[in-house]
Ligand binder design. Structure first.
Ligand code: ASP
Ligand code: MG
Length: 408
């Protein structure tokens, strides 16, 4: 009898009828003879609704209290599912993270799971109960409620799967797997059968929204396979696995496996930056928890270069404020910004050391007169920043240019 951890996202539990559908899915798994642990997100839109309420009272709500508030969304969905299961004659119990013993550090809003005490879980499983756990939350050493960052239920599911030695962590969502591009932008995008952890990690960090980045990291560290499935349709989904297993499973020889985009980017350009002033500048960003990406320093003079980088669009104002403060004491030039840029990346393990890929991306975009503002490459990805207006066209051009369209 295997332990199966199934996580259902917000849209999968977005209404009472969806919750009933999840209950049927869980029961089908129980009937196959498995011990089932279910992890839920809050009902669709709920976390945003709670966040908006807090922000009406304070633009930057106290982080401890915000976690207390946001964690409440999951309490609603887990109890509703447990009610639906019990009504169907299934023995089920809903549990909050502190009842399960999910211990985290105390970084409110971005807490990391440190340990899970499996005593209560094992006890309930041995009594053949279906356990429905609140995702996204944990408890720190002082018994404060913490949250794991947006999309954090994925990480809860992976961590529970690891703690319970489950065969795999099944992540049920509204798409039936990970695609070669966002199917809403590219109608001929294809579902990918197998992905390597490192590939999925790069995709998630470059903007693929199917899985939370940290969930992939956690699975990677602990070798826990993740299967992405749809709660709306049947299918095998996408299986994310260690390298060796993917090599054995996959026949795919394409250089690029997917085109990922991130629409939430903003570009910052600072003029007349001297080399010696750079540390203060990055410290200022770091102190405000802002990640600078696609960093480029242009110019020959060590006294006056141009610094370009992108930040998450939500953080643009915060970044400008942080920079403004130190500009005065460090005598930088002007700070200019643009909030309507998008980052598009080609990702694939086959890309490794293929300089040709960069040339091909540049040529494909140039042929459509799409101006590239920044380029950066890593071992298995190549990213460009372009004006957001051209986003859809650029993703489509690259997807077909790299032979990923389903008809090719
Ligand atoms: N409810 C949380 C969110 O909306 C966590 C999750 O869905 O994974 O971010
Ligand atoms: Mg999610």
């Amino acid at each position: 009898m295997a332990v199966i951890v199934q996580k259902y996202g917000g849209t999968s539990v977005g209404s009472l009828s969806r919750i009933e559908a999840v209950a049927e899915n869980v029961i089908a798994t129980v009937r196959q003879g498995h011990q089932v642990v279910v992890v839920l997100s809050a009902m669709a839109g709920e976390t945003n609704r709670l966040l908006a309420m807090a922000q009406q009272l304070d633009a930057q709500p106290a982080s401890r209290e915000l976690d207390m508030l946001l964690a409440s969304g999951e309490q609603v969905s887990i109890s509703l599912l447990a009610i639906a299961l019990v009504q169907r004659g299934i023995s089920a119990i809903s549990l909050l993270a502190h009842q399960v013993g999910i211990q985290t550090d105390n970084r409110f809003g971005a807490a990391r799971i440190q340990a899970i005490d499996t005593k209560r879980l094992s006890q309930a499983l041995s009594q053949e109960q279906v356990i429905v756990v609140a995702g996204f939350q944990g408890q720190d050493q002082e018994q404060n409620i913490t949250t794991l960052g947006r999309g954090g239920s994925d990480t809860s599911a992976v961590a529970l799967a690891v703690a319970l030695h489950a065969a795999e962590a099944q992540i049920f969502t509204d798409v039936d797997g990970v695609y070669s591009a966002d199917p809403r932008l590219v109608s001929c995008a294809q579902r990918i059968n197998y992905l390597r952890f490192d590939e999925m990690l790069v995709m998630a960090s470059l903007g693929a929204k199917v899985l939370q980045n940290r969930a992939v990291e956690y699975a990677y560290q602990h070798n826990m396979p993740i299967r992405v499935l749809s709660s709306f349709s049947q299918g095998e989904g996408t299986l994310v696995l260690p390298k060796e297993q993917v090599l054995a499973e996959s026949q795919d020889s394409n250089l690029v496996t997917s085109i990922v985009h991130d629409q939430q980017q903003a570009l910052i350009a600072i003029s007349e930056v001297s080399d010696s002033a750079l540390p203060a500048l990055f410290d200022a960003l770091d102190n405000s928890a802002i990640e600078a990406d696609m960093v480029q320093l242009i110019g020959e003079s060590s006294l006056a270069k141009q610094l370009l980088f992108t930040v998450n669009r939500d953080k643009l104002l915060c970044a400008k404020n942080a920079l403004q403060e130190i500009t005065m004491c460090n005598k930088f030039g002007t700070i200019r910004s643009r909030d309507s840029v998008a980052k598009i990346s080609a990702v694939g393990i086959g890309l490794n050391a293929h300089a040709k890929v960069v040339g091909k991306i540049v040529a494909l975009l140039a042929s459509s007169e799409i101006d590239i503002k920044l380029i950066s490459t890593s071992e298995i990805s190549c990213s460009v920043v372009i004006d957001e207006t051209y986003l859809v066209r650029a993703v489509q051009i690259l997807h077909s240019g790299f032979g990923l369209d389903s008809s090719s």
